[in-house]
Design a binder for this molecule. Sequence first.
Ligand code: NI
Length: 166
Amino acid sequence: MEAPDGISKDSALARPLGWHALQGDRALDMCGVGVCGACQFTEESNVIEKISLAKKFELILEHWSPRIVAAVNDFHVRIVKFEGPFVWHHHESEDELFLVVKGRMQLKLREGDIELNEGEFIVVPHGIEHLPVGMGEVHVLMFEPNSTLNTGTTRSERTVAEPEWI
Ligand code: NI
């Protein structure tokens, strides 16, 4: 099958798990081989792979650049490294889970600050203003609807409109 835009089927198959789900029908055409080793979109796919958070974090060199590592229905598992303060923001309709994998962070809220240590997590309900702060470099896993913009309703230089899959 000829893939659109000159993308070979091999390169399509090399995409990270879940990538095809973002591409919709176009990618489904490309990987219509029955079983696609890189895709959990087609019903025929029977490949389930474990993911090493440590290895995924090694791929991230920048701070404040969230990456998608998995999709769970309409939710993303995203990971991010950061240090120091982000920007105050809130999300109109998305709740957001922060889990500290390594390091420590503070979640500033208008009603007070909450410190999160390794292995601890918190859910910030939609509509609640928050400011994540890395106390030194921190590795954080986030679980949130795939529509979630990292800076919420606030646009800034930190805004990442389309996080990459890794
Ligand atoms: Ni947020």
